[in-house]
Write a protein that binds this ligand. Structure first.
Ligand SMILES: [Zn+2]
Length: 511
């Protein structure tokens, strides 16, 4: 074994600020694709070009999703030079807006210990690094970038729109014009029978094109944000690099395939465009921007496909089979609904908040530390003024009964079977042809409070003229557990109702 052997880990801090520091789809997907390329392709290529010798092979354990891990056979001073070289490359390729931090530790025979030490170093280096916004020189003669507040230096034209941009935004736009994440999706679509020319035209240019293709309610969109469950805990149990590679390949490949499948299944082309684009996809992270009516079906399909694919892949490995008791990896999802002109940063933050609450529910209902079932939470950004979901929920969606008990007017987070049942009920209600005015009244009833809400629900139901509509309403209330005191459900101390959520979702459903 070599005496100069190290485990090195990399991280790109501030990814979210870099990718979502703009409101334009082309720049967001460009930034995301650029990061993916630098992470997945450039890091391994530069490392093997710089350090590979006939005597020493450099090993990439994994690279993707804004992180990377390698085993390097080289003296420490060469590794320090390499890190500086990589940092320079990342800085230059991103126009100075993206950083790379590394941590390394000697590795003899205990991989888990070496990795832990390398992560400790990485963490220390991250803390030493300052990521605060850099002061930008402003004076009356210098124009700001049209997308961010840096100094503009390049003229860029995209989709008929000419803008004066800084170097970083220019590089993002340039990359955003290329296929990026769309490349692998295009390969998938070609494999299922679409022609290459058609696929090229199917990609939306901006958020407006996606919103315009929401068939249930034009102009409405959603951000779906997903992230693997219990990944941190699983990683800590892995004791060798081969298993680490199996783990990271399983997660990233399954998530990509699940994403393409779900887009193909749920995001049918409307007026010559697929109403969806991938904003982030790497490691166990996924973010997709879609027309509002495709978001929930997409999220459900994605979660199911991911668990199925990971179960197949890791089922062959006794270590993981034992750890997860024969199950696969899972993801949780947050869905923030809004309009195509809702600032993307708000939708992304809300989706992240919802993802966190979904994960909390999942870890609360599991008995296995390494397996948490998929949960989904969603919220309508455009209905409330609050920036945070938690404020909308506490200010507008929480009431008290006369006896001081809390009434929650939202039902989430939902487990995967609950979310599926929920979507089915929304579809059935839509298909039943129940008039919109009835539906609206049903959705408003819970805001009247405990007793009055119940009375209003019963009146809405009783005064619905057609029998089939009345039956559909009854079936829905029954299927969602809102009987015998509709629209409320009581479990222990909690009283809640999924009816407000249901009425919203019915509006986003094409039936
Ligand atoms: Zn800029």
């Amino acid at each position: 074994m070599s005496e100069h052997r190290f485990v090195i880990v990399f991280d790109f801090p501030g990814i979210k600020e870099y990718v979502f520091g703009t409101d334009r789809l082309v720049e967001i997907r460009g930034a995301s694709a650029l990061l993916d390329r630098l992470n997945r392709e450039d890091l391994p290529a530069i490392i093997s070009k710089t350090l590979q010798t006939p005597q020493h092979a450099q090993k990439c354990v994994f690279a993707g999703g804004g992180a990377a891990q390698f085993i390097l056979d080289a003296p420490e001073d060469r590794i320090m030079d390499l890190v500086r070289q990589l940092q320079g490359h990342i800085f230059q390729e991103s126009g100075g807006q993206l950083r790379l931090v590394a941590g390394y530790a000697p590795f003899q025979d205990n991989y888990a210990d070496a990795l832990q030490q390398a992560f400790f170093e990485l963490d220390r280096n991250k803390r030493q690094y300052t990521f605060g916004p850099e002061p930008v020189l402003h004076c009356g003669f210098v124009r700001e970038c049209d997308s961010c507040s840096a100094m503009a230096s390049c003229v860029t034209t995209y989709a008929g729109d000419t803008r004066l941009l800084c170097m970083s935004c220019h590089l993002k736009t340039r990359q955003g014009r290329r296929r990026g994440h769309w490349k692998a999706l295009a390969r998938y679509l070609e494999a299922v029978g679409l022609s290459a020319k058609t696929i090229e035209d199917l990609r939306p240019d901006d958020f407006e094109q996606i919103g315009a293709r929401c068939q249930a309610k034009p102009g409405y969109t959603a951000v779906v944000y997903g992230d693997g469950n219990a990944m941190g805990k699983i990683v800590k149990t892995i004791d060798n690099e081969d298993r680490f590679r199996l783990f990271s390949e399983t997660v990233s490949m399954s998530l990509q395939e699940a994403c393409y499948e779900a887009i193909w299944d749920c995001c049918l082309q409307v007026n010559g465009k697929i109403p969806a684009d991938i904003l982030l996809l790497g490691g166990d992270d996924i973010m997709v921007y879609l027309a509002a009516d495709t978001a929930m079906p997409f999220a459900i399909e994605l979660a199911k496909a991911f668990e199925r694919k990971t179960t197949e892949r890791i089922g062959k490995d006794p270590f993981f089979r034992n750890l997860l008791q024969g199950k696969g990896f899972t993801i949780s999802l947050g869905l923030a609904y809004g309009r195509s002109h809702t600032p993307i940063a708000i939708l992304v933050d809300q989706a992240e908040e919802l993802l966190k609450s979904a994960k909390q529910r999942g870890s609360g209902i599991t008995t296995n530390d390494y397996y948490a079932p998929c949960c989904i939470d969603f919220h309508l950004a455009s209905r409330y003024n609050q920036i945070h979901v938690k404020d909308s929920r506490s200010d507008h969606l929480t009431l008290n009964t006369a006896r001081g008990r809390t009434l929650r007017l939202y039902g989430g987070p939902y487990t995967l079977p609950e979310a599926e049942n929920f979507l089915n009920q929304a579809r059935l209600l839509k298909r039943s042809g129940l008039p919109r005015s009835r539906l609206h009244r049903l959705g408003e009833a819970p805001f009247e409070g405990y007793e009055m809400g119940n009375l209003e629900t019963l009146i809405t139901w009783g005064r619905t003229r057609k029998e089939e509509h009345r039956n559909a309403l009854y079936e829905t209330l029954n299927a969602l557990g809102c009987l015998p005191f509709p629209p409320w459900r009581e479990t222990g101390e909690t009283i809640d109702t999924p009816i407000v959520d249901l009425v919203s979702l019915t509006e986003w459903t094409t039936g």
